[in-house]
Design a protein around this ligand. Structure first.
Ligand code: MLT
Length: 334
């Protein structure tokens, strides 16, 4: 038996297989990773905040890894269509997903996701965190946050609120506004806040609560009006926009993005991807781009895969409890 195994090791194919059996196989393969372009799924439409962050990060990580990162927008069902695509991909590190807290909130909102949220994903690392901005079309009568909340309460049934599908950040923010005001708004769902923002600028919808990433540029170029930020402090880039508490209706919401691979992806590939992510988050040019749109990288202590996994598990539990308490019941994915 031992003789057989030695002879097996002396042939080329046998030697490779032997290395694998002795536990050296996966690291040796990972040294060459990635040897072809990597797909990064964005689960919302192009031009929205997840897309903007994905393209910025993808370009930088691609340079570090020596392979292009190709963004693919797979939008629909509040970001769950893109998540589903990731979990069915080969777990080899060549298909990734950028997603935000909606990935953690989805099991409380959808009864037939087709995957187990707590176990289907291999967290690669946390990306950015920031507030939402409650904004309205320019033609809307209120000109400041206090006036907006009182107008929204009185005119609720006439005010159309855009979002990016059930469970998206924009939708969860709309739910929080409704709860805080005790008012119900007609909602208009889009495949992402990119197209929703276009319609807000065009005046086809009245209100959108969007991530600062894509709201800030429109506010600074006077295309929409900002009423409040959902962070406890004002944003440096929007010093004249009050916090929701200052505007008299407290709405607390902090969003975060993370990168994911399908479960079963080799640890060596995940480490390499995490290293490329960390290189991007250390680059002052990336941090400047984040700052300009009111978002931030996580502190370095949170850059590990383990920190991401801990946060993800905690957020799944948190949103499960919070959405149940808010009376939202799971619906089926179309
Ligand atoms: C997007 O990129 O469209 C957003 O992340 C959607 C959202 O969750 O509001």
């Amino acid at each position: 038996m031992i003789m057989h195994f030695r002879r097996f090791l002396t042939t080329r194919r046998g030697a490779l297989a032997g290395l694998f059996l002795l536990g050296f196989g996966p690291p040796a393969l990972a040294q060459g990773f990635p040897s072809k372009p990597v797909t990064l799924i964005v689960p919302f439409a192009a031009g929205g905040p997840s897309d903007v962050i994905a393209r910025l990060l993808g370009e930088h990580m691609g340079r570090t890894l020596g392979q292009q990162i190709v963004v693919e927008n797979i939008a629909g069902a509040g970001g769950t269509a893109g998540a589903k695509r990731l979990v069915t991909a080969t777990p080899d590190g060549y298909t990734l997903l950028i997603h935000h807290l909606a990935l953690a909130a989805a099991p409380a909102l959808y009864s037939n996701l087709g995957y187990e949220t707590q176990t289907a994903f291999a967290p690669v690392g946390l990306v950015n965190t920031g507030p939402m901005v409650i904004a309205g079309k320019l033609a809307l009568p209120p000109v400041d946050g206090k006036a907006f909340f009182s107008y929204a309460k009185q005119q609720a049934e006439k005010l159309t609120v855009a979002h990016a599908g059930v469970g998206s950040n924009a939708h969860l923010c709309a739910v929080l506004i409704s709860q805080a005001l005790g008012a119900k708004f007609p909602q208009v769902a889009y495949r992402g806040t990119g197209p929703a923002m276009n319609d807000l600028v065009g005046g086809q919808v009245d209100v959108l609560c969007d991530q600062s990433t894509t709201a800030v540029p429109q506010i600074l170029s006077d295309k929409i009006r900002a009423y409040a930020v959902t962070s406890p402090e004002r944003l440096g880039v929007l010093p004249n926009v009050p916090t929701s508490r200052e505007a008299g209706t407290e709405i607390d919401m902090t969003i975060w993005h993370g990168l994911y691979a399908p479960k079963g992806t080799p640890a060596a590939a995940l480490d390499k991807l995490n290293g490329a992510l960390q290189a991007a988050l250390k680059d002052p040019a990336v941090l400047e781009r984040f700052k300009a749109v009111g978002t931030s990288a996580f502190p370095p202590a949170d850059w590990t895969r383990e920190a991401h996994a801990r946060r993800f598990a905690a957020e799944v539990a948190k949103w499960g409890t919070a959405l149940k308490a808010a009376g939202l019941t799971p619906q089926t994915v179309n």
